[in-house]
Write a protein that binds this ligand. Structure first.
Ligand code: ARG
Length: 389
């Protein structure tokens, strides 16, 4: 029998994939990635074996996800279409890379994922597979298999002795990791429909959030957060702590229509309290320490970085070059940002840095003004000159 490594979530699709692959002559090794989705991995491992997997790997990838993926995207200011922090998109190249490592170690013949043919995730998995292990066969059963509905899958699972969870499935498709949640399907497919309150887990309903604002101070070192209210945190702990502080104030909800790589528009709800605060804070600190030309140019690079990430091109030359670029431009992004969190809004109310380019003696309209206003007359005359008839 040929060997295949499957990215296994423990859900109905990937569980059905195991016997389905067996019928096609494959022996399946299941790989569960713990990216902070909060699942019971012991139960999932058992389910993989019950479904017919010959072996199960389970890795905790949370630290890597935050430090080597999410924080790079944060430093790059990468928000897809100006809104989405890419939590799901960032996890895929990491999971796919680990999956390839297992396949090579196990001398497997193929790699398999449970993504549909309509989404972005198939592209993120397969691009990583193709770049890292071009010789391995890629199998994507959900795109082609015979099941037309969830009920048909359930019948198949029962026939094959796979434990089927009888509780009613949520009408939503949800992707969760330590950096955020993405929710789609069900009533959300109507772009006019307000998201039901019940879909949110990380953030309080802003209407029910505390009536008093919460102030929080975040320290950054070379473009990366390292302290909350003066206390140092490791990256994962920092994200958890900030999710808690910001979530309680109803921060971090995004409702957007986005352009998928395969050409369709989809409506997605994101929940990402820590990310929203960090993006706002970092962006503000940049405005204090970065010169104007760098800031202008960076905007384009940030957008490109977001597109590369969204489109599954994480392990490509341009993305790596941009990481070097963002490391360089953040050499002086060190300082503290003070934010006010209140009923769903997060506003920066103060910032300071030893690398500040803000010069009060030039900006002031009060005492001690050192700006020589006489120079402005010549500046104005020359500025308009090229356009005058
Ligand atoms: N649209 C997001 C992306 O492409 C999330 C995809 C997964 N979403 C979900 N609700 N299952 O990155």
């Amino acid at each position: 029998m040929k060997k295949v490594v499957l990215a296994y979530s423990g859900g109905l699709d990937t569980s059905c994939i195991i016997p389905w692959l067996k019928d096609k002559g494959f022996n399946t090794i299941a790989f569960c990635a713990d990216v902070g989705q909060g699942d019971d991995f012991d139960a999932i491992k058992k389910k993989a074996i019950k479904s017919g997997a010959s072996k199960v790997y389970c890795f905790n990838l949370q630290k890597e996800l935050i430090e080597d993926y999410a924080f790079k995207a944060l430093k790059a200011g990468a928000l897809y279409e100006g809104k989405y922090n890419l939590a799901c998109a960032l996890s895929r190249p990491l999971i796919a890379k680990k999956q390839v490592e297992i396949a090579l170690k196990e001398n497997a013949d193929a790699l398999c994922h449970g993504c549909t043919g309509k989404g972005n995730d198939q592209v993120r998995f397969e691009t990583t597979f193709r770049l890292m292990a071009p010789k391995l066969e890629i199998i994507a059963p959900v795109r082609t298999w015979e099941f037309k509905s969830r009920d048909e899958e359930i019948d198949y699972a029962k026939k094959k002795g796979i434990p089927v969870n009888v509780t009613k499935k949520s009408p939503y498709s949800i992707d969760t990791n330590i950096y955020g949640r993405a929710i789609e399907c069900g009533v959300l497919e109507n772009p006019w429909c307000e998201p039901p309150k019940s879909i949110y887990l990380l953030s309080q309903d802003p209407e029910k959030a505390p009536n008093k604002p919460t102030y929080v101070e975040i320290d950054f070192l070379k473009g990366l957060p390292n302290k909350i209210n003066g206390k140092a945190y490791k990256p994962i702990e920092l994200i958890k702590k900030l999710n808690d502080i910001a979530g309680k104030n109803g921060i971090g909800r995004t409702d957007m229509i986005e352009n998928r790589l395969v050409g369709i528009k989809s409506r997605e709800i994101y929940e990402n309290p820590a990310g929203e605060v960090l993006f706002k804070a970092l962006n503000d600190l940049e405005s204090l320490v970065m010169d104007r030309e760098t800031m202008r140019h960076k905007t384009q690079a940030s957008q490109k970085y977001a597109e590369l990430t969204y489109n599954g091109l994480w392990f490509t030359p341009l993305k790596e070059q941009l990481d070097v670029y963002f490391d360089k431009i953040h050499e002086h992004t060190t300082g503290t940002v003070r934010l006010k969190l209140y009923k769903g809004t997060c506003s920066v109310v103060g910032r300071k840095s030893k690398f500040s380019l803000y010069k009060e003696k030039l900006a002031t309209y009060g005492k001690g003004d050192q700006f020589d206003q006489k120079l402005a007359a010549g500046f104005n005359a020359l500025w308009a000159m090229p356009f005058m008839k």
